[in-house]
Design a protein around this ligand. Structure first.
Ligand code: DGL
Length: 263
């Protein structure tokens, strides 16, 4: 495998672009191929086996493009499918999980909220992480029902989104939660709306930086970090509407054209 091969990234839709942005900021010489499986979004309401099947489909595509590593830029796919993917393929996989450990270390009230999909909150991997890091901490788990669909439709600052966020966050605030873990890569797009609901000193955590750092570490360790200094080439594919994704890619200043592909 060549170090000049691209990094492959997939998500159920636009959420993983927040991770891609962090990867590009940390490793500007790397080329990337992003797959937005918006046709099958949301993953969070699907069964464990369906999520594995979709993750395999995306991985096969990225491997066909010659990717040297796959970043599963989706908490739902990671918590349900990463073990299966690692056992099935001989390339490295980087996953993303809710930032439970940093939240447990940072909370002052010892009360943490987790906003994620049903698929993530019901996964074994999530429960395992919770058991490991949250002793002495009260955790309020909340399924973000409906939020992924609204974000996929570009409605992050709509009245509907605001109402749902209030419904999900106000009980946490009433219980003294001072730290919120965004356990879905779509949710960083909601931070401006969340900020309007929570107190100023409230902490909002996501795992994007950690994923970018881990990707770099694994590439370095396996001799696959691109040090050639060549201009990166980025491709972004969606199996749904291209213009919506292009808007996000442009807003994030990711230098990529979005194309339609059936996958
Ligand atoms: N962005 C994904 C995640 O991090 C998936 C959301 C969904 O499709 O339900 O969980």
């Amino acid at each position: 495998m060549s170090a000049e091969a691209p990094i492959g990234i997939f998500d159920s839709g636009i959420g993983g672009t927040t991770i891609w942005k962090r990867i590009v900021s940390l490793m500007p010489h790397e080329s990337g191929i992003y797959l937005a499986d918006s046709k099958n979004a949301p993953y969070g309401t699907k069964s464990h086996d369906e999520i594995i099947a979709l993750s395999v489909k995306n991985t096969e595509k990225l491997r066909a493009f010659g990717c040297k590593i796959v970043v599963v830029a989706c908490n739902t796919a990671t918590t349900n499918a990463i073990d299966y993917l690692r056992q099935s393929y001989d390339i490295p996989f980087i996953g993303i999980e809710p930032a439970i450990k940093p939240a447990a270390l940072q909370t002052k009230t010892k009360k943490v909220g987790v906003l994620a999909t049903r698929g993530t909150l019901s996964s074994q991997l999530f429960h395992h992480t919770m058991q490991k890091y949250t002793s002495g901490i009260e955790v309020f788990e909340q399924v973000g029902e409906g939020l992924v669909e609204l974000i996929e439709a570009g409605k992050m600052d709509s009245k509907e989104t605001r109402l749902l966020l209030k419904k999900y966050l106000q009980p946490m605030l009433a219980n003294g939660v001072d730290t919120l873990v965004l356990g879905c890569t779509h949710f960083p797009f909601l931070i401006p709306e969340i900020r309007k609901i929570v107190p100023r000193e409230f902490q909002i955590l996501d795992s994007g930086h950690a994923v970018a750092r881990q990707t770099k570490h694994v590439l370095e360790k396996s001799g696959l970090l691109n040090t050639s200094g060549t201009k990166p080439i980025n491709f972004c594919y969606t199996n749904y509407k291209t213009h919506l994704l292009q808007d996000f890619i442009d807003k994030l200043e990711l230098n990529a054209r979005v194309a339609y592909m059936d996958f």
